[in-house]
Design a protein around this ligand. Structure first.
Ligand code: M6R
Length: 366
């Protein structure tokens, strides 16, 4: 049932091109330049009236939400607040009838996220979930649902659920952008065309597997790891660190690259591998200078770059390449090396990759 793979996690990593294609399927109206979300549970008029969006989730799903905030604010210009579910429900959030609370959950059974949903509903707000498991508690209790169609995820470390959540959130942002008049049909069509290239780009991104395995062998004995990114790559830094912690039991921290000089830079020495997410985008130069700060203090830099970028070859200790794609979708591609790095380090360390200690696939306690 692992389809020839050594672990479910690896199988699920490799399923991503297919999973993402399934999330995309049926929702794109390329000719009309629109997005079709069947069970969203909100009329166009209700979508137009929204004055605020809350995103609530835990763990990896929360990281997807952090990227979702970028998507929605950029494409639809609706203010988004994002909370970890166990924080949201106890802070008496200001939910009104024109607010939409988006719950993100692979399992649809996470107790804190479910409680967040009930909190938002109880206050009269509208609710929508991005969920993988059909008919799960969260899917049933939300007013609307966008299913991720990733297929069953068995490995405790979430992989294909995450990338498909990003696609679903992107679709939601496009839909909102269209309905609220921020995106023309032509602009939407352009985004839709980029989305359609994703499965093939993910296939290409997976070709780095062998190279990431070598890098993992080299750094597997490190005691700590730091992950840095800016903008929509910051959540991917958090996700990379979480993956590594969960399955290899190595302490890791994700940090906004620009915040490093406000504290964590003190940690840097020759023993510390620093994974820097530095695809070509508007903040490229800034991230490069953060990377140079790390090198100047003796840190070991593993850079994740895009396309044929060769500027950093002499500046870093290892380079991982992902294909080029538009900036909004780049987080999906940079997620691949994050997953593979954690996976190979864990395999080298001999941990139980699919069933890491102390963790359960769905967390139904609060
Ligand atoms: O099923 P959910 O998406 O609600 O689960 C949320 C978290 O428990 C989950 O993402 C967890 O962080 C994963 N083990 C991460 O790999």
């Amino acid at each position: 049932e692992k389809g020839g793979y050594k672990h479910f996690m690896l199988k699920e990593i490799y399923e991503q091109p297919r999973a993402v294609a399934d999330t995309i399927a049926g929702r794109l109206q390329a000719e009309e330049g629109d997005i079709y979300l069947e069970d969203i549970g909100l009329s166009d008029e209700q979508l137009q009236q929204l004055d605020k969006i809350f995103i609530i989730a835990c763990g990896t799903s929360w990281h997807a939400g952090l990227v979702g905030k970028f998507y929605i604010e950029k494409l639809a210009r609706v203010p988004v607040e994002i909370d970890i579910a166990s924080e949201f429900r106890y802070r008496d959030p200001i939910v009104g009838e024109n607010s939409l609370t988006v719950l993100i959950s692979q399992s649809g059974e996470t107790a804190d996220t479910l409680a967040g949903l009930r909190e938002a509903k109880g206050k009269g707000g509208k609710t929508l979930c991005v969920c993988n498991v059909v008919d799960s508690s969260i899917a049933r209790e939300s007013d609307g649902v966008i299913y991720t169609h990733a297929g069953p995820e068995i490995g405790v470390a979430s992989t294909k659920a995450f990338t498909t959540q990003l696609v679903a959130l992107y679709q939601l942002a496009l839909k909102l952008g269209r309905v609220r008049g921020l995106l023309t049909a032509d602009q939407c069509r352009e985004q839709v065309e980029a989305l359609l290239t994703l499965p093939r780009k993910l296939e290409e991104a997976l070709e780095i597997d062998g190279h990431v395995e070598e890098i993992s062998r080299e750094f597997m004995n490190a005691r700590d790891f730091l992950y840095l990114g800016r903008g929509n790559q910051y959540p991917i830094a958090l996700e990379g660190a979480l993956k590594l912690k969960e399955i290899s039991y190595i302490h890791a921290e994700g940090y906004p690259a620009g915040e490093m000089k406000h504290g964590p830079i003190a940690l840097i020495d020759e023993q510390l591998p620093v994974v820097v997410l530095v695809p070509r985008n508007d903040t490229y130069e800034k991230v490069v200078s953060n990377l140079e700060e790390v090198k100047a203090r003796g840190g070991k830099v593993i850079a994740v770059v895009s396309g044929d970028d060769s500027e950093l070859i002499d500046k870093v200790d290892a380079i991982i390449r992902v294909p080029e794609i538009n900036d909004d979708l780049m987080p999906l591609l940079t997620s691949i090396p994050m997953q593979l790095l954690a996976y190979h380090v864990a395999v080298f360390k001999g941990t139980d990759v699919d069933q890491p200690r102390n963790l359960a696939k769905s967390v139904t306690v609060e």
